[in-house]
Design a protein around this ligand. Structure first.
Ligand code: ATP
Ligand code: MG
Length: 672
């Protein structure tokens, strides 16, 4: 490899960005214009120019993204080993490493990360402990309360104000919500637990500390951030704190793709940064290297905001327009998607190059069944439900109580896996064990319901045989011994789940630092979550199923966007505020711009009121409001009843809810 590889094929604007010196650099450009590629080439180029890899910090939105950029940079600069030493990962993962390193400064003995499900568990525990249940009717759900707390933390807004502005209907319960959030933060501190927001807050506090902050600034010469449009204000503070004058800072992103408003991100971060750093160079990339012009025409039409910023394709036009596929209902949609995936496959589009994108993970319920029935292999990313990973999390909980006996949430989780222990006793016993650790095993057993004592005694004696000083394989073995019988009894479909538990146990046993492993799984569980379908081998061909959020930054030859109807896309939940609606529009835009060659947008005319229940009612659905008449005029309309393209395209979208030839859902209302 030679030095020119990092620059090969780049156009003038891209070259300018890659070759830029060490002043602040902001690349604000549309989807598919090569932002990520430029960032990767810049990393490679810096390495070639002698930059020390340990002194580069590469922040991305997923672990996968960091890993793939680093391996590409490695290939480009020809020094794979150097590239692997780059500090890279998500904000949360890097925050975690930084926090562990500086635990003493933060007054933490142990660092145990609460994942979003743990947060709910802990809030539930506190809710019943403080009797914030039952008496008061219609208190917001625990998930909403967690959301309120998180928004407050992420934006530095008082929680009461968050409730007033974003959850006005919950205002009458504001006092109870605030009380619960207060209990929550006290309990986290007592037990050494950090949720995702705490990780960022802790990192920011370290950056702001005169001493530690100075060392941290001295440690990284280069800070590079992809997808900067989705940083929240905590992350902005961290980035700004690491590079106050912007020296060595490169950020890239596209404000039109900002899709994390609910986390406290707000559109416009890129231009904000360019404005506040007077020396910043702002680079705009104009040519889209990913998609064909007909796909971009539709994306331009759907994209919210300035009309001037239209994406232009660099590729020759294939003449293939995006399709709007109107289906009768969710089952019809599933069959049609499967048909079209296979048809594209026959036309030479490998399954690996095809993705089904959806607003919410549950939208593919029918499709997953259809794919399984037809033997079409797939792999699902993002939106992995609680149920699918709960067995994995059970095993992790056992590791966690061994490593940090004060981890009440994990005790609670393990205790509820015992047959004869209900939620109330689990809560009491978790308190005892979290306060005194395994030393109080006898007390816990004595306090347990009579029927549960033998089982609990056995669990605790197995877990008590190891602690944080025992070797990792021994801890893993003891935990498996303790957890296996519980899970076997708890999950009727244990056999399927056992594969995942084996997998996670095996990779845990190979770790040198189990604590780090456990926290990393909490932060980014993608690698653990066993999906129901057998995990495909690397060389196998499989279709990607993904939430749009998880498909950010990725591209596929053929993209199928399902459930593109009002209520699903935009989601009903987002309609309460105008900002929510625009964010849904950006999300749809992100989905459309993932496609390289073909783009199919599906709109079922009837939708179940519940994603998976067979008893769900079916209600009439309309194609997404984002598919305006102008947008539809850019698409070929396909009617699944006849399977043919309807002419003239755009004008003839069948009326939503038109009478299907065979009705299978006419009795559904009876079961509502
Ligand atoms: P997104 O906003 O979706 O993250 P992006 O701006 O990061 O998009 P990339 O993913 O970097 O865009 O690039 C999109 C596609 O265009 C990739 O397949 C990339 O390899 C290709 N590409 C980028 N620059 C060039 C170029 N100069 N010549 C040919 N192909 C290019
Ligand atoms: Mg990108």
């Amino acid at each position: 490899m030679t030095g020119t590889d990092a620059l090969a094929g780049l156009d003038a604007a891209q070259l300018q960005a890659v070759e830029h010196g060490d002043g602040p650099l902001v690349i604000a450009a549309g989807a598919g214009t090569g932002k990520t590629r430029v960032l990767t080439s810049r990393v490679a180029r810096l390495l070639e120019a002698g930059a020390v890899p340990e002194r580069m910090l590469l922040l991305t939105f997923t672990r996968r993204a960091a890993a793939s950029m680093i391996s590409r940079a490695a290939a480009l600069c020809g020094d794979a080993q150097a590239a692997q030493r780059i500090a890279g990962g998500t904000f949360h993962a890097v925050a975690h490493r930084v926090v562990v390193e500086h635990a003493q400064h933060l007054g933490l003995v142990d660092v145990t990360v609460l994942d979003p499900d743990d947060v709910i568990d802990l809030l539930d525990l506190l809710r019943s402990e403080h009797k914030l249940d039952g008496t008061e009717k219609r208190l917001p759900t625990t998930r909403t309360i967690a959301d309120i707390g998180s928004r407050a933390m992420n934006t530095g807004t008082p929680a009461r104000k968050v409730i007033e502005e974003q959850f006005p209907w919950a205002l009458e319960h504001a006092d109870a919500v605030l009380a619960l959030l207060r209990h929550y933060s006290i309990r986290k501190r007592e037990r050494g637990l950090l949720d995702f927001d705490d990780l960022l807050i802790a990192w920011r506090a370290l950056v702001r500390d005169p001493d530690v902050g100075a060392r941290m600034r001295a440690r990284w010469d280069w800070v590079l951030v992809d997808e900067y449009q989705d940083v929240n204000s905590l992350q902005v503070d961290i980035v700004r704190g690491l590079a106050p004058d912007g020296q060595g800072l490169t950020v890239v992103g596209d404000d039109a793709q900002a899709i994390y408003g609910f986390r406290g991100a707000s559109a416009g971060h890129l231009l904000d940064l360019a404005e506040t750093l007077p020396d910043a160079t702002l680079v705009r990339l104009e040519r889209n290297f990913r998609s064909t012009q007909p796909i971009l025409d539709l994306a331009n039409e759907v994209r919210p905001g300035e009309l001037g910023l239209r994406l232009r394709a660099d590729r020759p036009d294939t003449g293939i327009r995006p399709s709007l596929v109107v289906c009768r209902n969710a089952d019809d949609e599933a069959r049609t998607v499967a048909d079209r995936i296979l048809a594209a496959h026959v036309d030479g589009m490998p399954l690996r190059e095809q993705a089904v994108l959806m607003r919410t993970g549950s939208h593919s319920a029918q499709l997953e069944v259809e794919l399984k029935v037809r033997g079409i292999p797939f792999h699902k990313f993002g939106g992995i439900g609680y149920l699918e990973t709960s067995h994995v999390r059970d095993l992790l909980a056992s590791f966690r109580v061994v490593l940090n006996p004060a981890d009440e949430v994990s005790w609670y989780r393990l205790l509820t896996r015992h047959r004869a222990i209900g939620k109330v006793s689990a809560r009491a016993l978790a308190g005892i064990l979290a306060d005194g650790g395994i030393d109080r095993a006898a007390d816990a057993v004595a306090a347990a319901p009579a029927k549960a004592r033998t089982g609990l005694a056995s669990t605790l004696s197995l877990l008590g045989a190891v602690d944080a000083t025992t070797t990792v394989p021994e801890v893993v073995e003891a935990c498996r011994g303790a957890v296996d019988p519980l899970l076997r009894a708890h999950y009727p479909d244990w056999q399927r789940r056992a594969i995942d538990v084996d997998g996670i146990a095996q990779s845990a046993a190979r770790q040198s630092d189990l604590r780090m492993f456990v926290s990393e799984q909490a932060i980014d569980p993608v690698n653990v979550a066993g999906d129901w379908a057998k995990k495909p081998e690397l060389d196998e061909d499989w279709v990607t199923l993904s939430t749009i959020h998880s498909a950010k930054g990725l591209e596929f030859g053929a993209v199928h966007v399902i459930r593109s109807c009002d209520g699903a896309m935009p989601s009903d939940m987002a309609l309460s505020t105008p900002a929510g609606l625009v964010e849904e529009q950006r999300l749809f835009y992100v989905a459309l711009t993932r496609a390289r060659d073909t783009l199919d947008v599906y709109a079922p005319a009837r939708l179940p009121t519940h994603p998976t229940s067979f008893l769900a009612r079916h209600v009439v659905a309309k194609p997404s409001r984002f598919l305006t008449a102008e947008a539809r005029a850019l698409m070929d309309a396909v009617d699944t009843a006849s399977g043919v393209v309807v002419e003239p395209a755009g004008a003839s979208v069948p009326a939503a809810g038109g009478t299907p030839r065979i009705r299978l859902d006419e009795f559904d209302d009876l079961f509502a």
